[in-house]
Design a protein around this ligand. Structure first.
Ligand code: SF4
Ligand code: SF4
Length: 145
């Protein structure tokens, strides 16, 4: 019987820091701006992406210092898994937390970093503008249905 890979046999809390980092598929969908409904507290994604994203290769241009530059940039931590429901449904951390499999285009499955972009599963296939291109008031116009 084939041995299970680390994301199948370990919980998020059991992963090493390197395993935890490698679990991120690089989709950057979490870099889309979100709007929270005041009444239902439901989180809605928009097609507005953070201006620090490299729009060609889909990576954060200020990754090490991101939370200091962008106050609403969230650094995911294993101890916060209970709050992961706001992450995109395809997010690896959410999938593992919910006991699901990684998608076939995940870089850990394909062995290719760019497979998420090729599968049109990254933010590059979703975003329309950056947060520097619009006003705060216009954000609501970009909510994704
Ligand atoms: S949505 Fe999840 S898998 Fe995609 S970049 Fe963000 S943390 Fe990584
Ligand atoms: S600072 Fe970087 S990681 Fe954070 S939302 Fe912006 S592009 Fe994404």
């Amino acid at each position: 019987m084939a041995q299970q890979v680390f994301w199948q046999r370990k919980s998020l809390q059991q992963m090493t820091p390197a395993e935890w980092e490698s679990l991120c598929d690089g989709c950057a969908l979490c870099c889309l701006q979100k709007v929270e409904d005041d009444e239902t507290l439901e989180v809605h994604y928009t097609s507005v992406v953070c201006h620090l994203l490299d729009k060609t290769n889909c990576y954060c241009t200020e990754y090490q210092n991101r939370v200091n530059i962008v106050p609403n940039c969230v650094k995911l931590r294993p101890e916060d898994v209970a709050e992961f429901h706001w992450l995109p449904p395809s997010c690896s951390y959410r999938l593992i937390h919910e006991g699901k499999e990684l998608p076939e285009w995940h870089p850990l499955v394909t062995g290719q970093k760019e497979s998420v972009i090729k599968a049109h599963a990254s933010v590059l296939s979703v975003y329309e503008v950056t947060d520097k291109d619009i006003t705060d008031e216009q954000l609501i116009d970009y909510v994704l249905l």
